[in-house]
Design a protein around this ligand. Structure first.
Ligand code: HAM
Length: 415
């Protein structure tokens, strides 16, 4: 029996999962670069006050979920539960915000929340995130939604983007007043926590994952009833841009997000209709930069949960691209230099070095869902060819041992 166990809610990531994480990270970095985001790394702990001030003193994250500690000089720090406050702190401290068209940053790393652990919800998890500081144009909102949607699309993770607007601060105040009145008259099936939130932070109740609460607030007033003409117009224009760029979205009047700093556009990417746990989410936060000591400039951003995206990929995916099956000692030795040349060209091939029987070897290759299998047995050795089998459609052909021909049989074009 092992003497020690990992802390509850943390994960030991095996090599398959870290490989998927790496795939997500490199695609994220590539899109981030294409869209002009600068990738940065910031500390994983910050002053506790920074999160209290930004994420919000009444949010679940700050009231219940922070890993707080004191350092040797009794200073209060917290492991970061989210990336936005630290990123804005860093941007202000390092004078990173200076562009006429805004400045854009991306980040990737571990985050910590003391939550009740379950599948997709961990105490240490990974987020990728992007923040676009200093631009108020509608296209910045559309760009952020495009970024998240494209990342998920390219990773082949089916998703639906939900969008809403929290309006201006006045519209939100009017709405909150009305919502409180309604909740006070319709308390019956609310939980104890919901009841304390009526006065403290009624939006949290709309964000609840508790079924009875969700049911009983179905007819609560919606924020869109309090939008002024500017907010309505902005939201309409945003949806029309999203239509033009083929984003799979849905307007969700109950989407409020669980952090305090949002206003106007908010969005979330969910796995399927009714899914409780989002792959990612974000929105506009136009007062946070000023709240943290900067000028009054608008911003928008999002973050996505890498663990959740990875588990969706694990479910849908995908074995190695290509498996190489040399059948026996001599074939192995003979074909190794060719396989090494293919590796040199960056072609991903997983060699199964211990196979001798074709039928069993194919069965094993098939169960790992490879796209292609390269077979090299006695027959191939005599003819100096290799057999390339497409595992999706069963097509099979013999090609010469030339690297370029093998690559082309694998559907790759070597330059
Ligand atoms: P958030 O919605 O709190 O937003 O987190 C973003 C994503 O992180 C979630 O959709 C989820 O996929 C993942 N996540 C959150 N908590 C956990 C957990 N305990 N275990 C696994 N995954 C989790 C933010 O964090 C904002 N900072 C996003 C943002 C950036 N807004 C503007 N800019």
């Amino acid at each position: 029996m092992p003497q020690y166990k990992k802390p509850k809610g943390t994960r030991d990531l095996d090599s398959k999962t870290t490989e998927i994480f790496e795939e997500i990270r490199s695609l994220f970095l590539a899109i981030s670069k294409d869209l002009g985001y600068e990738h940065v790394e910031i500390p994983i702990f910050e002053s506790t006050k920074l999160f209290e001030r930004s994420t919000g003193e009444t949010t679940d994250i700050v009231t219940k979920q922070m890993y707080k500690f004191q350092d040797g000089k009794n200073r209060e720090f917290s492991l970061r539960p989210e990336g936005t406050p630290g990123l804005i702190r860093a941007a202000l401290e390092n004078n990173w915000i200076n562009g006429h068209n805004g400045n854009k940053f991306s980040y990737f790393g571990p985050f910590f929340r003391y939550e009740r652990p379950q599948k997709g919800r961990y105490r240490q998890f990974f987020q990728l995130g992007a923040e676009f500081i200093g631009s108020d144009s509608l296209e910045s909102d559309a760009e952020c939604i495009y970024f998240l949607s494209t990342l998920l699309k390219e990773l082949k993770v089916k998703n639906l983007i939900k969008i809403n607007s929290l309006g201006t601060s006045q519209e939100r105040l009017d709405y909150l007043k009305n919502l409180k009145e309604w909740l006070n008259k319709n308390k019956k099936n609310l939980s104890k926590e919901d009841l304390t939130n009526i006065d403290k932070n009624p939006l949290r109740i709309l964000d609840s994952k508790r079924e009875l609460t969700i049911k009983s607030i179905k007819n609560a007033p919606k924020i869109h009833d309090f939008w002024g003409s500017e907010t309505s117009e902005r939201f309409k224009k945003l949806t029309s841009i999203l239509d033009k760029i083929n984003i799979n979205y849905e307007v969700d009047p109950c989407l409020v997000r669980g952090l305090d700093y949002y206003n106007s556009t908010v969005f979330e990417a969910t796995g399927h209709e009714g899914a409780q746990d989002a792959y990612g989410g974000g929105g506009k936060y136009d007062s946070l930069v000023a709240d943290l000591g900067g000028n009054s400039i608008p911003a928008i951003g999002f973050a996505a949960g890498v663990d959740r995206i990875a588990s969706a990929i694990e479910m849908t995916d995908l074995g190695p691209f290509c498996i190489f099956l040399p059948l026996g000692n001599e074939c192995r030795e003979f074909a190794f230099p060719t396989i090494a040349k293919l590796w040199d060209k960056g072609i991903p091939i997983k060699a199964h070095w211990n196979e001798t029987n074709l039928k069993k070897a194919l069965k094993r290759a098939n169960s790992s869902s490879a796209e292609y299998v390269l077979i090299f047995g006695e027959k191939e050795k005599e003819k100096n060819v290799i057999t390339c089998k497409n595992m999706k459609n069963g097509d099979q052909k013999e090609v010469s041992m030339k690297v370029s021909e093998i690559a082309s049989a694998l559907g790759l074009n070597l330059k």
